[in-house]
Design a protein around this ligand. Structure first.
Ligand code: FAD
Length: 452
């Protein structure tokens, strides 16, 4: 179509999908340059090898009920690489012991008292049973924190033992920091539509139909997808940080921190929210201010291989309730969850929640000792790792606080049409949402740069 040039700033999944979509839309002769200073492309999608086995140490899965990732894999000829969980169940560690993950919840919010029996006390069960009969005051369009609503209707124990473990896994946040409209949009919509109680709203919001697996992953790890996106987009990678962007007539000058200057007809900024603000401060001060207003959390992942035959339980892992005397917030028994790999068992332990300094300030040695101690406390086994790897994801997880949708709208308003943004802080933190946002960013920029 064009021979035009595009710069994509940030080479995580958002940037790579943007580059691939730019190639599809702008044609074979477009020049597509991706900037990222990291040692490899992919950002939070990072596949390492432990004892020779591939293992994702950032994101490891995707929600299969959303269409984006399966559709992209199919489009790239990788549908055969999609795998699902083995069927073993996740659990919750609460009050010092393991419980089954409550069935029939919407992101941890139960649809009935019976689903949390054994996890919460009798007084909480009675409060939940009575909840449908209590008047519900709800202002349509409002966005309180999930914790505020669930604590009021079902009690604090449901927050700490069912909702927090889910939200600390997804956002490294808690029910107190995440808005109901982001965490459980279908529940908020049901309340807007006149649900008479939280129980009623959750029942209306509970997905119907297939009870198939919730999560999928990629055989060989996310690296397989990244490699294909890089190959098909025929991008050129500049391994540097972008320090500034200036308008240049109808286009842009992108300046990297090695002193390089790059001219582009269109630019897609696919950096994390805290990195966006300084780049757009002069071009779009409102967007910069909104980006700076999104809090972020950090997480550390410790991946571990232990000898095959280590007596791990037949579970996919453990989500940890708030207030437990453990360091980890989640333990994934990867080879139980996704299937056997060689003669080792692979595990990953996640540390760090919004507001704490665990991921930033704890040494690798301490994380290692905590992991071994936590596995003893939870499963009663002493592991003898044969391979261990630690990776820190600093300021990587945006908090979708109350009113987040308004911030996202402010972020987008005022950006010139040939400059688009993509990333996990806009319409959802998961990989599927990143794909959707990146595709729209590419469409917008190509439309703006090919108008006659
Ligand atoms: C530990 C962890 C586990 C997760 N698990 C899952 C999961 O199982 N499933 C799921 O769906 N989601 C999961 N997520 C969320 C998901 O992985 C991320 O939201 C998603 O990968 C973010 O992609 P991104 O491209 O928007 O950002 P990033 O991956 O953060 O990429 C941004 C890139 O921008 C680069 N950059 C920054 N500043 C500049 C600059 N000035 N110039 C150039 N480049 C710059 C960075 O180096 C980085 O590579 C997880 C997140 C974490 C942290």
């Amino acid at each position: 179509m064009s021979g035009r040039s595009y710069c994509v700033v940030g080479g995580g999944i958002s940037g790579l999908v943007a580059a691939y979509r730019l190639r599809m839309l702008a044609g074979a002769d477009a020049v597509i340059t991706v900037f990222d200073p990291a040692d490899r492309l992919g950002g939070i999608l990072r596949t390492e090898r432990l004892c020779g086995q591939p293992m994702d140490i950032g994101a490891e899965a995707f929600v299969v009920r959303r269409p984006e990732v399966p559709a992209l894999l199919a489009e790239l000829g990788l549908a055969g690489r999609q795998i699902t969980t083995t069927g073993v169940r996740p659990t919750i560690f609460s009050q010092g012991r393991i419980h089954p993950l409550p069935p029939d919840t919407v992101n941890g919010i139960p649809t009935s008292a019976s689903s949390v029996t054994g996890l919460v006390d009798d007084a909480t069960i009675a409060q939940m049973a009575a909840e449908p009969h209590r008047p519900m005051y709800w202002r349509a369009g409002s966005d309180p924190s999930v914790g505020e609503v669930v604590a009021d209707r079902f009690g604090e124990q449901v927050v700490a033992r069912s909702v927090d473990p889910m939200l600390s896994g997804v956002y490294a946040g808690s029910a107190a920091t995440i808005g109901i409209r982001s965490a459980v949009p279908t529940v908020a919509a049901a309340l807007d539509a006149g649900a008479t109680s939280l129980t009623d709203a959750c029942r209306r919001a509970l997905p119907t139909g297939s009870r198939g697996p919730v999560f999928g992953a990629i055989e060989g790890g996310y690296q397989v997808l990244l490699d294909e996106l890089v190959r098909r987009s025929r991008l050129q990678w500049v391994q540097a940080s972008v320090a500034r962007i200036e308008s240049d007539g109808p286009g842009w000058i992108v300046g990297d921190d090695d002193g390089g200057q790059w001219r582009a007809d269109g630019v897609i900024l696919a950096v994390p929210a805290p990195r966006l603000a300084p780049l757009v401060g002069e071009i779009a001060p409102g967007a910069a201010a909104a980006a700076a207003g999104i809090p972020v959390a950090s997480a550390a992942v410790l991946a571990m291989a232990v000898p095959g035959g280590t007596p791990l339980p037949p579970q996919s892992g453990v989500l940890v309730a708030s207030g437990e005397r453990l360091h980890a917030k989640a333990i994934t028994l990867s080879t139980r969850k996704w299937g056997a790999r060689g003669n080792v068992e692979l595990l990953r332990m996640s540390f760090g929640r919004f507001g704490d300094q665990l991921a930033r300030a704890t040494s690798d040695g301490d994380l290692h000792s905590w992991a071994v101690d936590d596995l003893k406390s939870v499963f009663g086994i002493t592991v003898d790792p044969v391979d261990v790897l630690v990776h820190r994801w600093l300021d990587a997880m945006p908090q979708y606080g109350p009113g987040h949708a308004g911030l996202a709208a402010e972020l987008r308003a005022g950006l010139p049409a040939s400059l688009a943004i993509a990333g996990n802080y806009l319409d959802g933190i998961g990989v599927p949402a990143c794909l959707s946002v990146a595709g729209k960013a590419a469409q917008r920029v190509v439309a703006a740069t090919t108008r006659s």
